[in-house]
Ligand binder design. Structure first.
Ligand SMILES: [Zn+2]
Length: 433
């Protein structure tokens, strides 16, 4: 090594070290991935787009992203200034947060969900059936729970499906579907609305599509997003919500060919057992509508996601979204935006909802649960908010089940648009949910 090179290296190391914040923040670096921030300038945004980092949010003129060791190296090689951030962003109200406790507080873990499903089946055998729809990469069972009268027979009734937790760090997207299942089952006998809905429909709920990722997020790294695929380059994870077949890999901004990326789409459509389990399950049924829960953003999204363009049935999709948003607002006053995904948030290709409508003909929605933004907690929901979020989504779900029953046997989605919902402004900044 020449003297010049050595000097350069030492200078670079010093620059890097000086850029680092206090040691307490460093101690939270788990050696796997880290959260860093950049000054938001147009040039920087272009750079970050090219590097395909896993962007989390924008706040106070800075852009935050999750980076792996390889990303850090590239940032240094390209002299891109960044700051390493602590992983515990200021939560909405920190006294109720279960972030740094090492366990997941009131949020459901995989084992807790499985136990709950078995409890429900045992307690309400007439209206509950639990079905194993496939295995995750690490061998965990992926479960669906069916709620209906005459539950063990497949009746000629409207079928509706709710999916939870494609993305590991989105814990509230587990709680909403599993708690909905409990409420539907336990209130069937006493609530005439629920009873009449379940008597005329078959409601299916898959609370955790990505059990391996969820467990990793709970026990190892809170910000984990993908499944736990060991990629050929030694990195981990495929983004399950980029692994569906419709327009898979359409471009490299709506998903990434880079295995280290947070939005890595995998080696082929349905390369992952978790997305295959959803595909096979959906194809074995005749669903009239599909909901996939994520967070955060507090918005109801519908196809298309892969381009900024309206689906031919946009007015019908908007009708369903607006009515759901209205039921949500009536529950606790919280306003969910709604709109076509590509316009409203950012483009995604290979996601669940484009596949559901594009290949299976099923109207499909991604509900990005609260909070609306990072300033209100981002991926961390206040534990006190779990019940209100569940209740408002339950209200939307009940309306949607009623709609499916009313339109069973038809492909019609039309109806009068009512209420005071708010269609999204467009476009919005780039955030990966
Ligand atoms: Zn998500």
């Amino acid at each position: 090594m020449t003297h010049w090179k050595l000097t350069m290296m030492i200078t670079l190391m010093l620059v890097f070290l000086l850029a680092l914040p206090a040691p307490s923040a460093l101690a939270q670096d788990l050696g796997d991935h880290d959260v860093v921030s950049f000054e938001k300038t147009p040039e920087m945004m272009q750079l970050l787009q090219r590097l395909q980092l896993d962007l989390l949010m924008e706040k106070n003129g800075r852009v935050y992203a999750v980076v792996g060791g390889r990303d850090l190296l590239r940032l240094q090689q390209e002299f891109i200034p960044f700051a390493i951030e602590t992983q515990d962003f200021p939560p909405y109200s920190d006294k109720h947060m279960a972030v740094q406790s090492g366990i997941n507080g009131q949020f459901y873990s995989y084992k807790e969900v499985v136990a709950e499903l078995m409890n429900l089946e045992q307690a309400y055998p007439n209206i509950v059936q639990v079905v194993d729809i496939g295995d995750s990469l690490e061998g965990r069972d992926i479960y669906a729970i069916k709620l209906s009268d005459n539950v063990t027979s497949d009746e000629d009734e409207a079928e509706v499906v709710f999916l939870g937790c494609h993305h590991a760090r989105e814990w509230i997207a587990v709680d909403v579907p599993i708690r909905m299942a409990r409420r539907l089952a336990s209130n069937y006998a006493s609530d005439s609305q629920i009873q009449s809905l379940l008597d005329s429909s078959e409601v299916w709920i898959v609370p955790i599509v990505n059990p391996d990722g969820l467990e990793y997020s709970i026990y190892v790294y809170r910000y984990w997003r993908k499944n736990r695929r060991l990629n050929t380059d030694g990195t981990y994870g495929v983004d399950l919500n980029r692994n569906y077949s419709y327009k898979w890999g359409y471009d490299n901004s709506g998903s990434s060919p880079n295995p280290d990326s947070g939005i890595y789409r995998g080696t082929a459509p349905f390369s992952e057992p978790e997305s295959r389990a959803v595909r096979d399950f959906v194809q074995a049924h005749d669903f009239q509508v599909l909901i996939s829960f994520h967070n955060y953003s507090q918005i109801i999204l519908y196809p298309w996601g892969y381009i900024k363009a309206l689906h031919p049935q946009d007015d019908q999709l908007e009708y369903l979204a607006r009515n759901m948003a209205n039921r949500m607002a009536q529950a606790h006053g919280r306003i969910y935006d709604y709109g076509p995904a590509g316009y409203s948030l950012y483009t995604t290709n290979g996601d669940t909802t484009d596949w559901a409508i594009g290949e299976e003909g099923i109207p499909a929605f991604t509900i990005e649960l609260p909070p609306p933004n990072q300033a209100h907690g981002g991926f961390f929901n206040d534990e006190d908010d779990i019940i209100p979020i569940t209740e408002e989504n339950m209200a939307a779900a009940l309306w949607l089940i009623g709609w499916a029953i009313d339109n069973h046997g038809t492909k019609a989605v039309y109806g009068a648009v009512e209420g005071t919902g708010r269609r999204t402004p467009q476009p919005q900044p780039n955030r990966r949910k």
